[in-house]
Design a protein around this ligand. Structure first.
Ligand SMILES: Nc1ncnc2c1ncn2[C@@H]1O[C@H](COP(=O)(O)OP(=O)(O)OP(=O)(O)O)[C@@H](O)[C@H]1O
Length: 232
């Protein structure tokens, strides 16, 4: 299972996106500042936008799902329970996973944006597509909910997961890092080797590297452990 970007090019007004590379099985982080082109790349990978040239080629990918940046854009039913059933899932299981046990009968638009994000993320992860693309899955969440979202993502044992995010504080364990800057996608490679070449790495990773530590992954806990190892 893999997704190839073959000299992908897309233009919209003065904005141009360019990217090449392969997304193998595992968890990928596409990081980059606001407006750099992450959502545009997500839409191209989901085949909801057509490139001007080049191609997105999926190999042995039987199912794909893009969780949109704004969770309310993905809601289609009048109650939370019906919404979950529309994903082909059991409301009981999903609401337990999303920590929303008493909300089955509520209008989804009566959930807070963070609660709605927890709900759609639980649905997406439990539906378990081969290719799961998550556009800013941590926005509107507090630190506890971000950590829970990270756990959900890390529990996905198979398939390709691509996270598009400018999050720089609470991140999950990943297999590869990519960077988007002004519409240009650059593969930084597999973690941990990619970490020193990650230009806009979170401050805690940059600090650990400056101190001579070599974190094994990109979480704050990985930076802490690496610092602990060198300081004894
Ligand atoms: N529908 C649209 N029409 C015109 N320009 C757009 C549209 N959507 C995005 N853009 C522009 O394209 C560029 C890339 O936007 P994109 O949403 O892909 O960035 P992003 O990295 O996902 O940003 P964020 O972190 O804020 O989600 C930006 O300059 C943005 O203003």
């Amino acid at each position: 299972m893999r997704v190839d970007l073959e000299d992908l090019r897309f233009s919209r007004g003065s904005f141009t996106l360019r990217g090449s590379g392969t997304f193998e099985e595992g968890v990928h982080l596409v990081s980059g500042p606001v407006g750099s082109g992450k959502s545009t790349l997500a839409l191209l990978l989901a085949e909801l936008l057509r490139p001007a040239s080049g191609a997105v080629r999926r190999h042995n990918v039987a199912s794909a799902l893009l969780l949109l940046q704004f969770p309310e854009h993905q809601i289609t039913c009048p109650t939370v329970a019906e919404e979950v059933r529309s994903w082909g899932l059991s409301p009981e299981d999903v609401l337990a996973r999303a920590d929303l046990p008493a909300r089955a009968g509520d209008d989804p638009f009566h959930l807070s944006r963070g609660e709605l994000r927890r709900l759609t993320l639980a649905c997406a992860v439990m539906q378990n597509p081969d290719l799961l693309m998550l556009d800013e899955p941590f926005s509107s969440l507090d630190c506890t909910a971000k950590r829970e979202a990270c756990r959900m993502i890390e529990e996905r044992e198979e398939g390709i997961t691509i996270i598009f995010s400018h999050e720089r504080a609470v991140l999950p364990r990943v297999n590869a890092v990519w960077e988007m800057e002004d519409g240009v996608l650059t593969a930084r490679g597999s973690v941990p080797d990619a970490i020193p070449s990650w230009r806009h790495a979170p401050p805690y990773l940059a600090y650990a590297l400056r101190e001579g530590a070599r974190p094994e992954n990109i979480r704050l806990s990985d930076a802490r452990e690496a610092l602990c190892r060198i300081r004894g």
